[in-house]
Design a protein around this ligand. Structure first.
Ligand code: NAI
Ligand code: 0TF
Length: 259
C-alpha cells in the first residue's frame, strides 16, 4: 500500500471543505449526502476512538490528528487515545468509544462495537469516489473510464457495473486487467483507440495517468489516487471537475458504512 505522508495531510480541514464544494458542484449533494444515499445510514453523534498504531513504518505525523478533524467535520464525537496500539485500544473502549478507527501499513479499519460492523478503507474509498462520479449531473452518457484496478479501483469499477454503467477499464498490470475484465465483464480500454469520457475514475499511485485524449470539456475526474492523476494545465484546458482529497472522503464512507 502506498503510504500517506504528513505533507499530504497539511490543512486537512481546508482540503475537505474544498472537496465538499467540488462534490456539491458535481452531484448536487455534499459528502454526507452521498454517504447517506450510498449506505442508507445516518449518524447520531456516535463516539469514535482513534488509536495511533506504531507497527511497521510507525506513526504518520498528522494522521490521527487528521482523523480527529475529519470525524468532527462530519459531526462525530471523537478523541485520539494517549497510548498507541493495544493499550490505546483498551483506552478507547474504556473511554466509551463506539467506533474504533485504526490503521497499520496494510489495513485501515473502522469497527462499530455496538453492531459488529467493520469496514476497510480501500473498498469504501473506491465505492464512494465511484458513487460521486456516477452522480455527475452533466454526464453525456453511461460510459465511464476506470484507470487503476487495484484494491481501491476494483471495488470502484464493480460499483459502476452494479449501477448499470458501461465500464472501460485499464491497469498497467496486464494480468490484473485480464482478470478484472473477465470477473466484472468490463471493456479493456485501449489508449490507442481515441475515445472521450465525461466520467473518469482513477485509483493509481502515479501522476499523469489520465491522458489528454480521453478528456471531454467539463468531465468529472474522481480520483483518490495520490499524487494527482492530471496536470493543472490539462485540468484548466478542459475545465475538469476534479474530486480528490487524501483521507476524509474515504473515512466518511467507512464510518457511514458501519452505522
Ligand atoms: P493498489 O496498489 O492496490 O492498486 C494500484 C493499481 O494501479 C495497481 O493495480 C497498479 O498496477 C495500477 N497502476 C500503477 N500505475 C499505473 C498506471 N500508470 N496506469 C494504470 N494503472 C497503474 O493501490 P490501492 O490501494 O488501490 O491505492 C491506489 C491509490 O489510491 C494510491 O495512491 C493510494 O495511496 C490511494 N488511496 C487514497 C485514498 C484516499 O482516501 N484518497 C484511500 C486509499 C488509497
Ligand atoms: O497511508 C495509508 C493509507 C491510508 C489510506 C487513506 N488515504 N494509504 N495507510 C497507513 C496508515 C498508517 C497510520 C499509522 N500507523 C498511524 O499513524 O497510526
Amino acid at each position: 500500500m502506498a503510504l500517506l505522508t504528513p505533507d499530504d495531510l497539511i490543512n486537512i480541514n481546508k482540503q475537505l471543505q474544498e472537496a465538499d464544494s467540488a462534490v456539491r458542484r458535481v452531484t448536487g449533494l455534499d459528502i454526507k449526502g452521498i454517504c447517506k444515499a450510498l449506505y442508507g445510514t445516518s449518524q447520531s453523534s456516535e463516539k469514535v476512538g482513534i488509536v495511533p498504531v506504531t507497527s511497521g513504518n510507525g506513526i504518520i505525523g498528522n494522521f490521527s490528528a487528521s482523523l480527529h478533524a475529519i470525524t468532527q467535520y462530519f459531526g462525530f464525537d471523537s478523541f485520539v487515545t494517549d497510548s498507541p496500539d493495544v493499550s490505546g485500544y483498551y483506552e478507547a473502549v474504556r473511554n466509551g468509544a463506539e467506533i474504533i478507527l485504526m490503521a497499520d501499513d496494510h489495513t485501515f479499519l473502522a469497527h462499530n462495537l455496538n453492531n459488529g460492523k467493520i469496514a476497510n478503507n480501500q473498498p469504501c474509498t473506491g465505492m464512494i469516489y465511484a458513487e460521486i462520479a456516477s452522480r455527475h449531473q452533466k454526464a453525456d452518457s453511461k460510459d465511464v473510464l476506470v484507470i487503476g484496478l487495484g484494491k481501491v479501483g476494483f471495488p470502484g469499477a464493480a460499483h459502476f457495473v452494479h449501477k448499470g454503467f458501461r465500464v472501460y477499464g485499464y491497469d498497467a498490470d496486464e494480468t490484473l486487467l485480464k482478470r478484472t475484465v473477465s470477473n466484472l465483464g468490463i471493456i479493456p480500454f485501449d489508449f490507442e483507440t481515441p475515445k472521450k469520457f465525461s466520467i473518469i475514475f482513477e485509483a493509481t499511485p502515479c501522476a499523469n495517468t489520465v491522458p489528454e485524449a480521453v478528456l471531454s470539456e467539463n468531465c468529472v475526474l474522481s480520483t483518490p489516487g495520490i499524487p494527482c492523476a492530471i496536470s493543472e494545465e490539462l485540468q484548466k484546458k478542459y475545465n475538469v471537475q476534479l474530486v480528490t482529497e487524501p483521507l476524509g472522503i474515504g473515512t466518511a464512507s467507512m464510518l457511514y458504512s458501519v452505522l
